[in-house]
Design a protein around this ligand. Structure first.
Ligand code: C5P
Length: 222
């Protein structure tokens, strides 16, 4: 049996990737972090010194690179061609530039195409901003995860500490709000809840509770 398509969308730091990974493992599904793909092209743009607003050059660069995932603990490894960028794509320079790259039509078209190919056979949990609305409009399960800004900033602070990144809480709060604003107001495929998505407010839920709830929803459909 090939398995369902599960779309998990929501704003920055709502816990999407953490629960998506748990759920994927439980059902033996593939996990695909689409944010990592936008981060990977952003990393490459910064690396090559291409101007963030040079859309033609950004697209050309994207056409030249492969973005691959490999299993790894505690996090999946991400590669741009043969370079591992797992940690580099989580650094503040990439985080703060990614919304400007992900707003570009050519970038979205190309990555949407790659994401559809990855999800084609089903048995996949894909997380991002526009999976339920645009990438996989026919996904059998669509979840929209939200949490208060304060809670998300606290979670990011903890995540960062584990990675050795030290950014003050107030800065994180500001960065999260800014990224949400940019991702929600862009013209193409903005962050938005699909009409048929199930909204889960995770502010006072544990990771395990959220994963269990999503697993229940999948079981009902499987
Ligand atoms: O999920 P993550 O925070 O890693 O995503 C990084 C950025 O990639 C988002 O802020 C957004 O600009 C972009 N993104 C997107 N569409 C997706 C996934 C991520 O535009 N499906």
């Amino acid at each position: 049996k090939r398995g369902l398509q599960v779309a998990i969308d929501g704003p920055a730091s709502a816990g999407k990737s953490t629960v998506a990974k748990i759920v994927a493992q439980r059902f033996h599904y593939i996990y695909c972090d689409t944010g990592a793909m936008y981060r990977a092209i952003t990393w490459k743009v910064l690396q090559e010194g291409v101007a963030l607003d040079d859309e033609a050059a950004v697209k050309q660069l994207l056409d030249q690179i492969t973005i691959r995932f490999e299993p790894g603990t505690p996090v999946q490894k991400v590669f741009v061609d043969d370079t591992e960028v797992t940690l580099a794509i989580r650094q503040p320079d990439v985080t703060n530039a990614v919304s400007q790259i992900s707003a570009q039509l050519a970038v979205r078209e190309e990555l949407t195409e790659r994401q559809r190919q990855i999800a084609e056979a089903g048995g996949i949990v894909m997380d991002g901003r526009d999976i339920g609305s645009t990438v996989l409009p026919h996904a059998e399960v669509k979840i929209f995860l939200v949490a208060s800004v304060e809670e998300r900033a606290q979670r990011r602070l903890k995540d960062n500490a584990a990675k050795g990144i030290q950014t003050p809480l107030a800065t994180l709060r500001h960065e999260i709000e800014e990224r949400d604003r940019k991702d929600s107001t862009r013209k193409i495929s903005p962050l938005t809840q699909a009409a048929d998505a199930i909204r889960l407010d995770t502010t006072s839920m544990s990771i395990q509770e959220v994963a269990d709830r999503i697993a229940e929803i999948i079981q009902e459909k499987e």
